[in-house]
Ligand binder design. Structure first.
Ligand code: IDP
Ligand code: MG
Length: 136
């Protein structure tokens, strides 16, 4: 088992729907702990950096509109296998393919508006943590 850090974003629909505590709590119960957390209204420039890998894809513009539409809550969470652990609790990208016990499967229906982001690799986690917390 490797102690890892992952970047979790409660996306604007998650904050607007009052699911911040629920989403963080579920990842905590799986064994992760919050080490940093803050509210950020992500702007276009920050969204473009965070989602650079998706530039040019058909869902890129709707994704940027979505992630910049309101307040997000950004957290660093840490623990054994934090990256995969959080993604198991989140469920797959498309909530209709996610099991009901997962966050996306239980609370979301849209592949764009899927409530939560979690880093997908140690390299992504390091890049994303530096992007959102590097100046703090
Ligand atoms: P992930 O969030 O599960 O890692 P990614 O493939 O990295 O999924 O996509 C980033 C985000 O872009 C997704 O969480 C979702 O909000 C949106 N997205 C991904 N694929 C699609 C799609 O096929 N249609 C619409 N939105 C998508
Ligand atoms: Mg991703």
């Amino acid at each position: 088992m490797a102690v890892e850090q992952t970047l979790i974003i409660i996306k604007p629909d998650g904050v607007a729907r009052g699911l911040v505590g629920e989403i963080i709590a579920r990842i905590e119960r799986k064994g992760q702990r919050v080490t940093k957390i803050k509210g950020v209204h992500i702007d276009r420039a920050l969204a473009e950096k965070h989602y650079a890998e998706h530039r040019g894809k058909p869902f890129y513009e709707p994704l940027l509109e979505y992630i910049t539409e309101g307040l997000s809550v950004i957290a660093v969470m840490e623990g054994d296998n934090a990256i995969e652990s959080a993604r198991v609790i989140m469920g797959p990208t498309d909530p209709l393919e996610a099991t009901p016990g997962s966050i996306r499967g239980g609370y979301a229906t849209s592949v764009t508006r899927n409530l939560v982001h979690g880093s997908d690799s140690p390299e992504s986690a390091a890049r994303e943590i530096a992007l959102f917390f590097g100046d703090d």
